[in-house]
Design a binder for this molecule. Structure first.
Ligand code: PMP
Length: 432
């Protein structure tokens, strides 16, 4: 049945479809961390809707919240509604107290890319400047502006230059140091490069409207930024009066063990972009949270029909209640440590360049032991073998050489254990 549905889809759907090419299953139903395909095969889902399903598929309390909202109000444009008010309150309450009064929320909609676009537009309006600084390997979405600031070149295809004035700088990707330095010789020169380019009034980069970055590059292959790197970018942007936009679309809402990943880096951004897991159940919604001093938009300056979804609001309020009640962020940390420990044996594997992650965002990077080249075909083989053994994982990074693990945040220790056994097995079978 899966094969039949995949063939029907391939005949009628855009050639740009992506997930079913690598994960050739047709999904019939799902619950928690488990997915059942139309042939009755059950998989542990370590893709979780690309990080969307923070509380797993069909969490019963989220289903109840959405169902109750369905009978009340489903669409509200950008009028105030009680559930929108509750969602706003809940979102702001997750920020540190000093940020709660400092930040405003803007409902963009409904995807991460829409919110990235909004952040760029806001910063251009507020500063009156046009340039944007972004980082190599970053991913920010498929809309024109979000794609323009995406540094993951393979994702851009041939239509990259829709938005002029985007400048890319090296990210602190130490396993593949952009400056070719070994860790013992590194003095975070990648950030120094940016510092010098911005300071160079003669041939450097013009003062930009914003610097946009991920704390952990997700699509880029689960690359957590070095702490010093992030702190220096923050110091630099603050000194020069450049708004720092932190793209938390993938890292946000608890994925890395804190509500937002920037919290672990000891910085405050000027703009936070959030989307994927805001509703916890996959009802689409995207927001930017930004410093009040940037609030220079005239009324109606950034409109849209789907600015906030009442069903997503209802689920999002309930998701935060459950996350706090059940100490889900504690589970993220514990299950993350479990993954780190279970996969630590892979560090010594000749074809594994690095195992790295934060919270419940992990990556295993495969590289040729002789020349260090990204081993994308090996990662694809591991992904396919894992699927046959009952585990759904995604790949990403350079030439898709990183196998990525993104389970629901409330995943059980048993499912993590089984998933790690399957993955280790799949690696052993792939490299013989
Ligand atoms: N930013 C980041 C960091 C992302 O990971 C993604 C999606 N993978 C996006 C933006 C774009 O979000 P969407 O696909 O919802 O447009």
């Amino acid at each position: 049945r899966s094969a039949e549905l995949l063939a029907r889809q391939a005949r009628r759907e855009s050639n740009a479809r992506s997930y079913p090419r690598r994960l050739p299953i047709a999904i019939a139903e799902a619950s928690g961390s488990l997915v059942r395909d139309v042939d009755g095969n059950v998989f542990i889902d370590f893709l979780a809707g690309a990080g969307v399903l923070s509380l797993g598929h069909n969490h019963p309390e989220l289903v109840a919240a959405v169902t109750a909202q369905l009978g009340l109000l489903t669409h509200g444009l950008d009028f105030p509604t009680p559930v929108k008010d509750a969602f706003t309150e809940a979102q702001l309450s997750m920020l540190a107290p000093r940020l709660q009064d400092q930040m405003k929320i803007h409902f963009c909609g409904p995807t991460g890319a829409n919110a990235v676009d909004a952040a760029i537009k806001l910063c251009k309006t507020a500063t009156g400047r046009g340039e944007i600084v972004s980082f190599q390997g970053g991913f920010h979405g498929s809309s024109h502006a979000a794609m323009a600031v995406t540094g993951l070149v393979a994702q851009k295809q041939p239509v990259a230059n829709g938005v002029p004035g985007v400048h890319f700088f090296p990210y602190s990707y130490c396993a593949r140091c952009p400056l070719g330095l070994s860790p013992d010789r590194c003095a975070t020169n990648c950030v120094e490069y940016l510092e010098r380019a911005l300071a160079d009034g003669n041939g450097g980069v013009p003062l930009p409207a914003a610097v946009i970055m991920e704390m952990v590059q997700g699509e880029g292959g689960i690359v957590p930024a070095r702490r010093e790197f992030v702190q220096r970018v923050r110091g630099l942007t603050r000194d020069l009066g450049i708004p720092l936009v932190v793209d938390e679309v993938q890292t946000g809402c608890g994925r890395t063990g804190t509500w937002y990943a920037f919290e672990e880096y000891g910085i405050d951004p000027d703009v936070i972009v959030a989307s994927k897991a805001l509703s916890g159940i996959g009802a689409p919604v995207a927001v930017i949270l930004y410093d009040r001093k940037l609030d220079t938009w005239a009324p109606g300056a950034h409109t849209g029909t789907f600015r906030g979804n009442q069903l997503a609001f209802a689920a999002g309020v309930e998701a935060i209640r459950i996350i706090q009640r059940d100490d889900v962020l504690g589970n993220v940390t514990r299950r993350g440590e479990q993954i780190a420990e279970r996969l630590s044996a892979l560090q010594k594997h000749p074809w594994v360049a690095e195992v790295r992650g934060r919270g419940l965002m992990w990556g295993v990077e495969f590289a040729d032991p002789v020349d260090g080249r990204p081993a994308g075909s090996l990662a694809a083989d591991v992904q396919a073998r894992a699927l046959r053994r009952g585990l759904i994982v995604e790949v990403g990074g350079r030439e898709d050489c990183v196998v990525r693990l993104m389970p629901p945040l409330n995943v059980t220790a048993e499912h993590v254990e089984t998933a790690c056994v399957i993955l280790l097995d799949a690696v052993a079978a792939a490299v013989r």
